[in-house]
Ligand binder design. Structure first.
Ligand code: FE
Length: 213
């Protein structure tokens, strides 16, 4: 297996630090699959491109912004998120069902996968490393308020925190609260302020600095 300018066409700088264990294993598997002709380099590039550019939190942000501006869409989203998200046509088909859970002044929702790292990738892309960490997976359930505090969110005692455990079949998207001061904003303007963390439920959506009341 060549580590420099392999079949994948990528230049691997020999001066770079050695690859980590998992990266090395991925590289080894990729080389093997290419060598055996089981996948071709272009297909792999397309998959990587999909994850890097086509699926990501911007997709989810558009779903949230539409739900904020279109009451009928919001109803559909909360009733059948899989179908409502499919209206955007991000992914032709995917195996998991989606459920959207709505935050309110009295309820905060937070998503975790206690078993591994199930994540609503068609709407949020690849999970951040903290989402996959043992600490988050264990503590999100045992001490959700404590975890939220570490994300800078102090949740008052009279606000209920609901934790949703994702599975291979079911993935959750948090519909955060629309921030005050965004009345009259367009769907595009709203989508621009919706963050990944707000859709996992560990943060609220804030107005950009300088626009806060
Ligand atoms: Fe999982």
């Amino acid at each position: 297996m060549s580590d420099h300018h392999g079949e994948d066409g990528l230049a691997h700088d020999p001066h770079n630090a050695p690859l980590s264990g998992p990266a090395l294993r991925v590289k080894a598997l990729e080389s093997l699959l290419l060598e055996k002709g089981l996948v071709d380099a272009r297909t792999l590039d397309e998959i990587v491109d999909t994850y890097e550019h086509k699926v990501g939190p911007r997709n989810g942000a558009r779903v949230v912004a539409r739900a904020w501006t279109d009451a009928e869409y919001k109803k559909r989203l909360l009733a059948d998120a899989t179908a409502a998200i499919a209206e955007f046509g991000y992914i032709e088909r995917w195996a998991e069902d989606m459920v959207a859970v709505e935050n309110s002044p009295t309820v905060r929702n937070m998503v975790v996968c206690t078993l591994c790292s199930c994540y609503p990738w068609p709407v949020l892309g690849l999970p951040p490393s903290w989402y996959k960490s043992d600490a988050y997976r264990a503590r999100a359930v045992l001490d959700p308020r404590g975890v939220l505090k570490e994300f800078g969110e102090t949740v008052p005692d009279d606000v209920e925190v609901r934790v949703w455990d994702s599975t291979a079949e079911l993935r959750y998207l948090v519909l955060p609260e629309r921030p005050a001061g965004t009345e009259g904003w367009s769907e595009e303007q709203l989508a621009a302020i919706v963050t990944r963390d707000s859709m996992v439920g560990v943060s609220r959506v804030n107005l950009p600095a300088g626009m806060r009341p």
